[in-house]
Ligand binder design. Structure first.
Ligand code: ATP
Ligand code: MG
Length: 252
């Protein structure tokens, strides 16, 4: 086997598929003296690194488990004037992450809480920080299961370690006291160490009722709100906007 074929084999073994694909083009360019060896090798390795980076981002986004993939650019801020667009776009810079701050999106159904939390989460996943999205009820079920299997500590440790944890839909289902206790432990472990994003339809004044215990609700809120951005969205549901527009039209 000649060295050219041996090189192709090596590239296969090293999984440098892009370098292999572009090799002939670059050999031709070098032969024609249109590129030198260093530039060629640099450009080839750069292409490979770009592909590795794209794969890593894809993997982080898949791992996070977002309900959909939407960005801030997909969000119609004119539909929701109660939101300060600049403040939301600043979250994209992830400054809140460097300070381990939390974000709490509060508002009624369909106003875009999950969309905004997801868009920020995707930015974080892209930037090589671990990100995990979970619905509050699913989180409680998984904590309960871990408790029954005597591995609650390990589960809490894993959940506490994510650089960004997004807990979606706090408040849609009532939370029993045992679950509230486990949620408290999680929030307490993350407090001032990592950022958490919460979406909720319940104003904080109703959290005592939601958790069936004022003391636990206050202890959770105290930690969540200590270094936090609270984004209260007061507009209409985006889900029903077309129905509302149609019914307005019918009235005319
Ligand atoms: N201002 C907006 N611009 C574009 N799309 C929007 C906007 N607001 C919401 N949406 C879209 O509407 C749907 C509902 O939004 P989302 O899931 O974020 O609502 P939510 O506030 O989380 O509601 P819920 O409390 O019921 O979970 C999603 O598909 C979302 O992408
Ligand atoms: Mg939602």
């Amino acid at each position: 086997m000649n060295n050219y074929n041996k090189l192709l084999n090596n590239l296969d073994l090293l999984k440098l598929n892009k370098v292999k694909e572009k090799l002939d083009d670059y050999v031709d360019l070098i032969n024609k003296k249109e590129k030198n060896f260093i530039d060629s090798l640099y450009e080839l390795t750069n292409m490979e690194i770009k592909i590795m980076e794209e794969k890593r981002i894809l993997h982080s986004i898949q791992f996070a488990g977002f309900p959909f993939l939407k960005s801030l650019d997909d969000f119609d801020f004119t539909f929701q004037p109660s939101i300060n667009k600049e403040e939301i776009y600043d979250f994209k810079n992830l400054r809140f992450m460097t300070k381990n701050e939390n974000i709490l999106f509060v508002g009624s159904p369909g106003v875009g809480k999950t969309h905004l939390a997801t868009a920020i989460g995707i930015e974080n996943a892209k930037s090589n920080h671990s990100t995990y999205f979970i619905n509050c009820n699913d989180l409680i079920q998984s904590l309960k299961k871990a408790h029954l299997q005597n591995r609650l500590d390990d589960k809490l440790k894993t959940l506490a370690k994510y650089k960004l944890l997004i807990i979606d839909e706090v408040g849609y289902l009532p939370i029993d006291v045992d679950s509230a206790n486990m949620l408290f432990q999680l929030i307490n472990k993350r407090y001032e160490k990592n950022s958490t994003i919460i979406t909720t339809n319940k104003p904080f004044s109703k959290w005592g009722e939601l958790f069936g215990d004022n003391m636990i609700a206050n202890a959770i809120l105290d930690r969540l709100l200590h270094h936090a951005h609270v984004i209260t969205i007061t507009g209409k549901s985006y889900r029903t906007k077309d129905i509302l527009i149609d019914s307005e039209k019918n009235k005319q």
